[in-house]
Design a protein around this ligand. Structure first.
Ligand code: HEM
Length: 458
């Protein structure tokens, strides 16, 4: 603040023109919102794919970045409403590393959305509760470990469910999103709660219904009864896991029973977030299947890794994990990372007022073909050679964000997704029937998982 006062009032950050500000909403934030921020709207994702909306958005952001150069760009909005686009790698790192002071994760719009089903979720909490909730998440999800302590059990779950999925494809042997997603959510319920919840599709339906409300944020009334029903169901499974005696079935819920917690921890809210966040993980597996089905060279490398690693060695499959990360680079499932400044902040060329919403648009960083030679191709090696690639050292690739709010489940997600990929790749050969992905052509800005279809043959 002292620094901010020392700057003269002429040191203001650049403002976009009114037309540019309208265009940011029309071409960048509007399509992102229309596709669904908390739960995707399949029809809108299909429209975005057909019209190439995400590529247009990246182009528009490049144009603004090139025009305004180094500073965060304030949008021209009604008085009292401040938003800024953050372009430069060093500014992106700064905002994410300086989470939570002065840049809070608990932004207005995120709060309005997530409060529909997890009002006490860590992402929309502030200290002192936030620290407790973050600690709880890290402790159950084993954030600090490359491989979760229950990895072997979770891999068995993935193996059983993936085999059942492939056995159930019928005479046409077609795998589409609906079949895949039912299987994926059975895995999710078993991982989170154990086999008692395996077939509880109503639980997933409840989460998805509330996520649908959350897409509308302030514009949809909160349904407290439905939220209560979800939390009661979650608590029921947590208690079931706690009561299951001296040798409980391994699950995240069984770990919760042994965690230090108090009223502020709000486990049901944290678990509601987990159930929601496993959905994009499933989409990522399905898109990775499509990329591998259309890129023979990378598919051969994946198969070589599977042949060289069986059993517990599959806890850590570097190449398949890189394929998942690469998918998240190409089609990030959190395309907008939001922060809210809690005080005035000083930048090289000016002051940003307190209560500004900072917008980090990850598709610009991930698909910037003016800086990244691999912007629009499938290049898993980017994630394997990261230490050697000068550009990757300071260029923000942010599938799981970074800094104090980095996704605490990233290693668990990579374990489950890489193993799901492994099971499907090794048991059958999958031919992509729907999309025309071609290693010789730039990859599309959007890849709708809902439209992907495969033919399996053993
Ligand atoms: C493909 C799958 C996933 C991706 C790409 C992803 C990505 C992210 C990102 C980008 C953030 C940070 C948002 C920000 O900086 O504002 C985040 C936060 C979070 N994620 Fe994930 N996530 C995934 C799956 C999961 C799963 C499965 C869980 C739980 C089991 C989870 C738990 C969380 C939690 C609790 C936070 C909030 C952290 C905090 O505020 O400190 N995520 N995730």
């Amino acid at each position: 603040m002292a620094d901010a006062q020392a700057m003269t009032t002429t040191n203001t950050l650049p403002h976009a023109t009114l037309l540019e500000s309208i265009n940011v909403f029309a071409q960048v934030l509007g399509p992102t919102w229309a596709k669904g921020v908390i739960i995707r709207r399949p029809a809108m994702v299909g429209i975005a794919e057909s019209l190439g909306l995400d590529k247009h958005a990246v182009r528009y952001m490049q144009k603004l970045r090139n025009k305004y150069g180094n500073d965060p760009l304030l949008l021209r909005l009604p008085k009292g409403i401040n938003y800024a686009l953050v372009f430069m790698p060093e500014h992106v790192h700064r905002v994410l590393q300086e989470t939570h002071q002065p840049f809070a994760t608990d932004s207005r719009e995120k709060h309005a959305a997530l409060a529909h089903f997890q009002p006490d979720g860590v992402l929309i909490s502030q200290d002192p509760e936030r620290s407790k909730r973050r600690h709880f998440n890290e402790a159950v999800l084993d954030t600090a470990l490359p491989v979760h302590r229950l990895a072997d059990h979770f891999m068995r779950v993935v193996n059983e469910e993936a085999s059942q999925l492939l056995d159930s494809l019928g005479y046409k042997q077609q795998l589409d999103w609906t079949r895949f997603a039912s299987c994926w959510f059975r895995i999710v319920r078993r991982v989170v709660f154990g086999s008692a919840a395996r077939d509880d599709e109503h639980l997933t339906h409840l989460v998805n219904k509330l996520r649908g409300h959350a897409n509308w944020a302030f514009m949809y009334p909160r349904n407290k009864a439905l939220q209560q029903e979800l939390h009661t169901r979650i608590n029921h499974y947590i208690q079931l896991a706690a009561q299951s005696g001296s040798a409980p079935e391994p699950s995240l819920a069984a770990l919760i029973a042994n965690m230090p917690q108090d009223a502020a921890t709000a486990p049901a809210d944290q678990v509601a977030h987990w159930l929601f966040a496993f959905d994009p993980a499933g989409m990522t597996v399905f898109r990775a299947l499509a990329l591998l089905a259309s890129h023979p060279q990378q598919a051969a490398q994946a198969q070589a890794e599977l042949q060289a690693n069986t059993g517990s060695a599959r806890q850590y499959l570097p190449y398949l994990r890189a394929c998942i990360l690469e998918n998240l680079r190409l089609w990030p499932t959190t395309p907008v990372i939001l922060r809210q400044s809690m005080s005035d902040t000083v930048w090289e060329n000016g002051i940003m007022p307190a209560k500004t919403g900072l917008i980090i648009y990850t598709p610009l960083l991930h698909r910037d073909d003016e800086y990244l030679p691999y912007a629009n191709i499938f290049a898993p090696e980017v994630w394997l050679n990261q230490q050697n690639t000068a550009i990757a050292k300071q260029w923000p690739l942010l599938p799981f964000s970074e800094g104090p709010a980095i996704c605490p489940a990233r290693n668990l997600v990579l374990l489950l997704t890489s193993n799901m990929l492994a099971e499907l790749l090794q048991s059958s050969s999958l031919e992509l029937l729907s999309s025309r992905l071609n290693p010789k052509l730039p990859l599309p800005g959007t890849l709708s998982p809902y439209r992907l279809r495969f033919k399996a043959s053993s």
